[in-house]
Design a protein around this ligand. Structure first.
Ligand code: 5AD
Ligand code: SF4
Length: 469
């Protein structure tokens, strides 16, 4: 992408960045100003928003959940599919309206959409009320950009990623019990349909010592569960010299003694036997793996650039199931990749019928700007794609429910996170296998890991009680 004010990320150390924050904080210009943040997309974005919140509070801002009260509104956006784009522009309509009444309110857009040239051009030409656009590579510059805003430099997006900057525990974490821990940023896989390598840049792993320090610190302040986060966690370390691989990192994280460890997302191509053994042999690594399939057809997998065949995927799946006791496996599937035939689609259904996933996120293929797949011709109608998605979902939901039903009358360790949204007399939490459970119990138990008897099962959740409570 090539736009006005575009440059590569500047080289800065964490000390320099924190020094700038301190200066801005002591000037008190943002003292008691309020921000409202809306987050779209994946866990990576959710965690980026935790960082943005932490940075803003560090320089004096306070969070508000009332959009109308905010002095600063931030939209942290997702670009993975077209509908994410539509949602953001829908919300921007509300921002435009607000800005008419509240002229000094700052409207900012960041995240993956900010790294798309067409979006930035659209903002420059049609959405003049947006004050600031910053990208995925310069979140740490936000305080400086807010101070400079008066100079009317709207677009602050870098086309190239810089080095990983460690700001320490700056995050304002959404939960007191479960925490995200980034282990790497970006992705080098370049699956042909995917925009992530363009919006998030090339893979950059954090140093293992920084990751371990963060996990130790989280454990010390009472966190029960951490999720190691990255677009392709099992490629961890491949971009650094003399760094450990993901299996070794997992083992070291396990040794910190934190109660529960999870990780997302895994690419089947980078999954090694060693990783499976480490997961199988350490009780605090949770038996839950998200293993994106995308398609079951070898022809489509090749066109997608996924680097594995249906047979290799099934063999990996078999090994994981065999070695990791009671493991739950979920997946991502795309239907309607350019020119996906009925036979290709049936191959996907065949894998689903063989794997009987605990759950699956299913998507209709959405062409993304500048990706190789977006240049492929496609003769399949949207109507046909929608029908396939519906057929797939029926099968996926059937297996989710069947898997969940197997939990009835079993006892599961559940980390209780908070009050259930649907029923205030219940708490919700997750089993080791990442099943959502609604539990009838006292609110005093929030933050505990309790033994829960499962009483009922639905496609997407379980019900349970704590006996003798
Ligand atoms: N269209 C549809 N789904 C996509 N995904 C990624 N890119 C696209 C696209 N262009 C899906 C993949 C991925 C998940 C996060 O989103 O299944 O695993
Ligand atoms: Fe996208 Fe493929 Fe990287 Fe996942 S592994 S983020 S689908 S390019």
């Amino acid at each position: 992408m090539n736009l006005p004010n575009m440059q590569n990320a500047k080289k800065r150390t964490n000390k320099e960045v924190l020094y700038i924050y301190d200066n801005i904080k002591s000037s008190s210009i943002f003292k008691d100003k309020k921000y409202y943040i809306k987050t779209y997309g994946c866990q990576m974005n959710v965690h980026d928003s935790e960082e943005i919140k932490g940075i803003l509070e560090n320089i004096g801002f306070k969070e508000t959940d009332k959009f109308e009260d905010a002095n600063l509104i931030i939209l942290n956006t997702c670009a993975i599919r077209e509908n994410a784009h539509d949602k953001v522009f829908g919300f921007l309509g509300r921002c435009k309206h607000l800005k008419k009444e509240k002229k000094d309110c700052i409207i900012a857009l960041c995240g993956c959409m900010a790294q798309e040239e067409s979006v930035v051009n659209e903002i420059l030409s049609k959405h003049k009320y947006i004050d600031l656009v910053f990208g995925t590579h310069n979140i740490n510059e936000l305080p400086k950009l807010l101070v400079q805003k008066q100079e009317d430099i709207k677009i602050n997006v870098y086309s190239k990623e810089g080095e990983v900057i460690e700001l320490g525990e700056i995050y304002k974490r959404d939960s007191k019990y479960t925490a995200w821990v980034n282990i790497m940023y970006g992705c080098d896989k370049f699956c042909t349909y995917c925009i992530v390598p363009y919006t998030r840049g090339k893979q950059r792993s954090r140093k293992s010592e920084d990751i371990l320090k963060e996990v130790e610190a989280l454990k010390k302040i009472g966190y029960k569960e951490i999720t190691l986060l990255g677009q392709n966690v099992n490629a961890y370390g491949k971009d650094l010299e003399n760094e450990m691989d993901f299996g070794t990192l997992l083992e070291k994280v396990s040794k910190t003694g934190i109660e529960r460890i999870r990780f997302v997302t895994s690419h089947p191509w980078d999954f090694t036997d060693k990783m499976i053994d480490v997961i199988a042999n350490n009780d605090n690594i949770m038996p839950y793996i998200h293993l994106p399939l995308q398609s079951g057809s070898n022809r489509i997998l090749k066109l997608m650039g996924r680097r594995y065949t249906k047979e290799e995927y099934l063999e990996l799946y078999r090994k994981i199931k065999e070695k990791v006791k009671n493991v739950a496996i979920t997946t991502d599937i795309i239907v309607g990749f350019p020119n996906e035939t009925e036979e290709d689609f049936n191959e996907t259904l065949d894998v689903v019928n063989k794997c009987k996933y605990d759950g699956a996120f299913t998507f209709i293929y959405s062409p993304r700007e500048n990706t190789p797949a977006s240049k492929m011709e496609d003769s399949i109608t949207l109507e046909e794609k929608e029908k396939r998605l519906q057929r797939l979902n029926e099968i996926v939901n059937k297996y989710s429910k069947e898997n969940n039903e197997k939990y009835i009358n079993t006892y599961q360790k559940v980390l209780l996170i908070g009050e259930s949204e649907k029923d205030e007399n219940k708490l919700y939490g997750y089993t080791e296998t990442m099943k959502l459970v609604n539990v009838e119990c006292s609110k005093d138990l929030i933050g505990n890991i309790e033994l829960v008897k499962i009483t009922d099962a639905k496609s997407f959740s379980l019900d349970g009680v704590i006996e003798n409570a």
